[in-house]
Design a protein around this ligand. Structure first.
Ligand code: ADP
Ligand code: MG
Length: 391
């Protein structure tokens, strides 16, 4: 049984237990991990994420009372959500409901009105773990709206609708990566996404001998001084200084020539972004060529740049990457880097599938010895994007 079939069966059973009858519709949408391309999205650059084998699944049926209310119960134990379709849909309590509320509001505005529904949400994407349980929840909701109404949206329109829900209803000004990959992911493929043009390209990664290992450091450092906003501002300052619309338009040569008239910190921030955009394109080419040592080297360079030039790593992420470097290719690891915004969260490693267990055990033990913290580690091959399991 695949992990998707397994979570689908669990959801179906949970629906039956909760509502006393089997579901009529069932959909799934995955979380994601970004393989390379960090802090490039708001610089009009490239990212290279993949969907992971962890999903938000929604099962649904018409309510017995025939009311125009969407009720969502969650196996996470969150307070149930009620969305009354006879009134305007607005943000409110419970706050987790703002993700589905925003998507439902967006769908209604586009003429997708599903009518009343009894819904059960079951998600195996760790919540708040940097693997985008939020986008999985949004995209599952949008896919359910499509399935019930029989009306489908263009994938780009659907992803943008979900992103808008996160902006307007959840108050999180996220980029486009999470929703795009959760909609468009495909088994055995990464997704190369141009954050400027929004063009996408599926990059085949069908070699079963390699997998991605996701290592959650289980730390999240509180940021003083608004680390993320500050870096966005520094990137803007750099592109203004270079007289370019964004750092996407810069090259290392252009940057080097401007070094003398640029603040040293701003220079380093720009050097990371320009290098990372280039590394992301090179990594996509190396994946296409199944050149795993090359992909691993680029991941290592990405981490060094995030640590030294962008200053968004932390002791725990550096420890994981250092342990992985020690294990090396001979031990089954091609490369490893922090993934996500930084200051904690997850690292991602490209590993030999046959050595996953030994590698996971060693990283867990060494990380515990160095930091005193238990890491959470799991493996994934590139998974499917939004899927209709039962129509
Ligand atoms: P991430 O997307 O990295 O997991 P976020 O903070 O962006 O972290 O999103 C997590 C939020 O999404 C949760 O606080 C909750 O509001 C909502 N959420 C995601 N999955 C679920 C779920 N299965 N049940 C309830 N709420 C969920
Ligand atoms: Mg999120």
């Amino acid at each position: 049984m695949t992990s998707l079939q397994k979570v689908a069966a669990e959801t179906s059973e949970a629906f039956l237990k909760s509502y006393g009858r089997p579901p009529r519709w069932m959909v799934a949408a995955p979380g994601r991990v970004n393989v390379i391309g960090e802090h490039t999205d708001y610089n009009d650059g490239f990212v290279l994420p993949m969907a992971i084998e962890h999903y938000a699944v929604m099962a649904a049926d018409r309510p017995a009372d025939g009311q125009a209310v969407i009720q969502i119960r969650a196996t996470s134990g969150s307070e149930p959500l009620r969305v009354d379709l006879s009134a305007p849909v607005t943000p409110g309590e419970p706050s987790w409901g703002n993700y589905p509320r925003g998507v439902i509001a967006g769908c209604l505005a586009r003429g997708l009105n599903p009518g009343g529904l009894d819904v059960l949400l079951h998600s195996t994407v760790p919540i708040g773990g940097g693997l985008s349980s939020s986008a999985a929840l949004e995209v599952a909701t949008a896919t359910l709206m499509e399935t019930v109404t029989g009306q489908t949206m263009d994938p780009v329109e659907k992803a943008l609708l979900c992103q808008k829900a996160e902006h307007d209803f959840a108050g999180m000004p996220c980029g486009i990566m999470d929703q795009f990959i959760s909609v468009m992911g495909r088994p055995d493929h990464l997704l190369l996404l141009d954050c400027r043009s929004r063009q996408t390209e599926l990059v085949p990664m069908s070699d079963p001998s390699v997998s991605l290992l996701i290592i959650n450091t289980n730390v999240k450092h509180a940021l003083t001084g608004g680390g993320y906003a500050q870096r966005r501002l520094q990137c803007e300052t750099a592109s203004k200084n270079l007289d370019l619309p964004s750092l996407r338009d810069a090259t290392m040569n252009i940057l080097e020539q401007a070094r003398g008239r640029m603040d040293e910190v701003v220079f380093r921030r720009a050097r990371h972004v320009i290098g990372e955009i280039s590394r992301t394109l090179q990594a996509a080419a190396a994946v296409r060529a199944s050149d795993w040592p090359r992909v691993g080297t680029l991941m290592g360079a990405s981490h060094a740049s995030l640590r030294d030039d962008y200053d968004v790593s932390c002791v725990e992420l550096d420890a994981v990457v250092d342990i992985a470097r020690g294990i090396g290719q001979a031990g089954g690891i091609y490369g490893c880097r922090m993934t996500g915004g930084g200051f904690g969260g997850c690292a991602v490693a490209l590993v030999k599938t046959g050595q996953v267990e030994a590698v996971s055990r060693q990283i867990a033990a060494d990380y515990k010895a160095r930091t005193g913290i238990e890491a959470t580690i799991f493996v994934s091959r590139p998974a499917a994007g939004a899927t209709v399991l039962q129509a």
